[in-house]
Structure formats: C-alpha cells, structure tokens
Design a protein around this ligand. Structure first.
Ligand code: MG
Length: 255
C-alpha cells in the first residue's frame, strides 16, 4: 500500500513537472527549414509536424479588404495595407508559395488539430480598419471550427479590446510590453505576450501575471543559451521562438 502511494506521488510530481514545462510556439511558423518561409502555409504545416504547441502568424488587410498572412508592412516594396489584393496575389514568398490569404492559410490549419493558432493582428492605419479585419478573421475562424484552437495577439490595444468585446471567451494577449498585468486583467484580456526585455525590466510581472491567472508568452527567444534560460524561468507558459526544434530538444532533455 505504502509503495503504491509513493508511486502515485511520483507519478503526480512527474506530471506536474511536465505541466510546468513552457510550451513551444513557432514564431512565424517553422520556417528555418527546407521548403519553408516565414508565414507560409508550409511553415504552419511544418510547425504542426514538429509537434509545436502553437504556430504564430501575422495578418494584414489589403486596401480592398482581403486579409492576408504576411509580416512586414511592405511586400517587394509595396505597402500591403494600401494595395489591392489583385496586385499582391502573384507575389511569392521565399519558398515559392504565393502570398497566402488568411482563408487559404486557415483552411490548411483545420487538419492539424493539435497545433494552436497564434494569430497576430497587425496595427493598421485606423482602428476602424483593424475592427474590419478582426470581423473577417473571427468569422473565418468560427466558420472553420477553429475558435477553440485560436489565440489572438496584437500590439494594438484597440485590436485586443475589440476581439475581447466580440468574443469574451477568446484568448487575447497584448504584445506591447508596457502595460502591467493588473491593467491587462482589468481589460478582460487573457494574457501578456511580451518581449523578453519587458520581463528583464519587470521580473515581478511573471508572478503578478500568475496570481491574476494570465497566460504568459515571451518572444522572441532564440539560441541555446536564451532558450535554456527562459525554459527554466518560473511563470512562463509559452516561449515564442524561431528555433522550435531546438527548444523541443531542450525541453525533452529536461524531462
Ligand atoms: Mg508576429
């Protein structure tokens, strides 16, 4: 009986240790690998194949209101926000893929059920344009049955608040790094997704966020030293990295 109890205790402790491990989010997908490119559909597939907890990607809206997945404000020298989709659609990413629309991108994610979507809404010229983009993005997410698997992030506080207002159950984290956890909580948001420098400046925010029940994501942590350091920090739930494979190896060796 005693031995059974001890074994059970060890099992519980082991499970808790595994739970305490930060989860891996591939930054702009898993793109540092053959056949991939940042924010390509292939980069999501490769992050999912690798077994990442989630894959992050960036969303802009073209001048005529088409949501597209891309990071920079400009593509091949033209501003995405000010350009018609028809002008952008034939531009290619580094791996040869055409610029994906959000719809094309999300359609691919449907079959990768174990990988969360971390959707970054880029700050647009006006709050109205952000709201319009969010309306379309959330509609697509709902129609494709992805609501339970999608986390939203943004540097725009308007975008974060608007997403929360539209769906109070949605996971929404602010990226900006300058707002303290209790204010984030008061806005109804579910997490902070801050640059690693924000936690160096305010190490107490990790504990504050935990106490408030906020999810903590840190970006962008690359290289073995940084990944090991952040993987060992108490209070970090998610690490966003360009090296998801390396982080998974590090976490695997810690178990
Ligand atoms: Mg991003």
């Amino acid at each position: 009986m005693k031995r059974t109890c001890i074994n059970l205790l060890l099992l519980v402790c082991g499970s808790l240790a595994a739970l305490a491990q930060p989860r891996v989010v591939a930054h702009r997908g898993h793109w540092r690998t053959d056949g991939s490119a940042q924010n390509s559909i292939a980069s999501f597939r490769k992050a999912a194949e690798l077994g990442c907890y989630g894959s992050e990607f960036d969303v802009w809206m073209t001048a005529d209101g088409v949501p597209v997945v891309f990071h920079d404000a400009t593509m091949d020298g033209i501003k995405v926000e000010d350009t018609m989709y028809a002008e952008l659609m034939n531009h290619r990413l580094g791996n040869g893929e055409y610029l994906p629309t959000l719809q094309q991108y999300l359609q691919e994610t449907v079959r990768w059920k174990d990988c969360r979507l971390v959707m970054e809404i880029k700050p647009h010229r006006t709050p109205e344009r952000e709201s319009r983009l969010i309306d379309m993005a959330m509609k697509l997410v709902r129609e494709l049955g992805l609501e339970d698997r999608t986390d939203y992030i943004s540097f725009s506080i308007h975008a974060c608040k608007y997403i929360h207002e539209k769906n109070p159950k949605a996971m929404v984290a602010f990226l900006g790094g300058e707002i303290e956890p209790k204010e984030i909580k008061a806005m109804g948001l579910t997490g902070i997704d801050y640059h690693l420098a924000a936690f160096e400046k305010h190490p107490e925010w990790l504990e504050d966020a935990k106490r408030l029940g906020l999810e903590v994501n840190v970006w962008t942590v690359d290289g073995e030293q940084g990944l090991r350091h952040h993987a060992a920090l108490k209070g970090i739930d998610l690490i966003t990295t360009n090296d998801p494979q390396l982080l998974m190896q590090i976490l695997g060796s810690r178990q």
